[in-house]
Design a protein around this ligand. Structure first.
Ligand code: F6P
Length: 319
């Protein structure tokens, strides 16, 4: 029997628990022995590694977050701690590792492989959808659905009070969540880091819209833009002449019942990752693109900043 472990690293996403469930079930079916590493790379260093069974994953498919915890580990960046991690894996005879996380998590993993030969497969998991070489990262769909529900609710109160709402989404330097939410919620303004903007250019049009009967505005702004959301709200008050409020959605975007799409993607990502490791792919990330699933090197995934989908971006210019 070969031993295989899984860990979650970086920001948690809804979809990690369904992935853990399928990991246990699929590896057992493949006659492997599954292990959970608790609390990301921190748990690898602190030896929080336990054999997993069906019981551990019953009743978790519908839960957001991750049952085994996650962390952003600084210690794993240091060789002395990676050496301890390797010893812990050796003691348990674990030679394969599946890691759910973002590109930062994968960089550490590559160094680890080169030093130790522990085989790995990375699964892109971040609500930001900012990982190069994959069109989809686990958790994005659930986050978008949470944002959609929030915007729909805010629209109710915005329309009742004649107010402008500035709704801030997560995403770090990537405007994907904000852009898709804008296109699918009918908001009037969308500001993202990937596109230069000048608020002045919207002023005449927005004032005209008010004259023609518009009662409220919804603006969706990504956390990575050059201004604070409060400044955008001030602009609505001072230049457009409408009372405004800011709503920073924050960490609610990271939680919630995983959507069907994320549950299915979790299932597929895990299947490909385990199959890839068993087929001898020792250091790859399983990516999802328009042509389906494909394995990419860490270099390919982490060396470039992901560019926002050109088609989606082009829709920002269209009425
Ligand atoms: O990377 C995921 C993410 O949720 C980003 O969108 C956000 O900027 C960041 O993590 C928040 O990090 P933390 O949970 O550590 O505050």
């Amino acid at each position: 029997m070969q031993n295989i472990a899984i860990l979650c690293s970086g920001g948690d996403v809804s979809g990690m628990n369904p992935a853990l469930k399928h990991f246990v079930e699929y590896t057992l079916q493949k006659n492997l022995t599954p292990y959970f590493v608790y609390d990301g790379y921190e748990g690898l260093i602190d030896n929080k590694i336990e054999q997993a069974s069906y019981c551990d994953v019953s009743g978790i498919i519908n839960r957001g977050g991750t049952k085994i915890g996650s962390a952003r580990s600084q210690r794993f960046m240091q060789k002395k701690y990676r050496d301890i991690a390797k010893q812990n894996l050796d003691t348990l005879g674990i030679e394969m590792l599946v890691v759910l996380g973002g590109d930062g998590s994968f960089r550490g993993l590559d160094i680890f492989y080169k030093e130790t030969g522990i085989k790995f497969c990375g699964i892109p998991a971040t609500i930001d959808n900012d990982i190069n070489a994959t069109d989809y990262s686990l958790g994005v769909d659930t986050a978008l659905n949470i944002i959609k529900t929030s915007i729909d609710a805010i629209r109710d109160t915005a329309s009742s009070f004649k107010r402008a709402f500035v709704i801030e989404t997560m995403g770090r330097d990537c405007g994907y969540l904000a852009l898709v939410s804008h296109l699918t919620s009918g908001s009037e303004l969308c500001l993202i880091p990937e596109k230069e903007y000048d608020l002045k250019s919207f002023e005449d049009d927005f004032k005209k819209q008010i004259k023609n009967g518009r009662k409220y505005f919804i603006a969706i702004v990504s956390e990575g833009i050059k201004q604070d959301s409060s400044e955008i709200a001030q602009w609505f008050e001072n230049k457009i002449g409408m009372e405004s409020r800011v709503s920073i959605l924050g960490h609610i975007q990271r939680g919630g019942n995983p959507t069907i799409y994320d549950r299915l993607m979790a299932y597929k990502f895990i299947t490909h990752a385990v199959d890839g490791l068993l087929a001898g792919r020792d250091e790859s990330v399983i990516c999802y693109t328009k042509s389906g699933f494909e394995f990419n090197s860490i270099e390919e995934v982490t060396s470039k900043t992901k560019e926002l989908d050109a088609e989606l971006l082009s829709y920002l210019d269209k009425p």
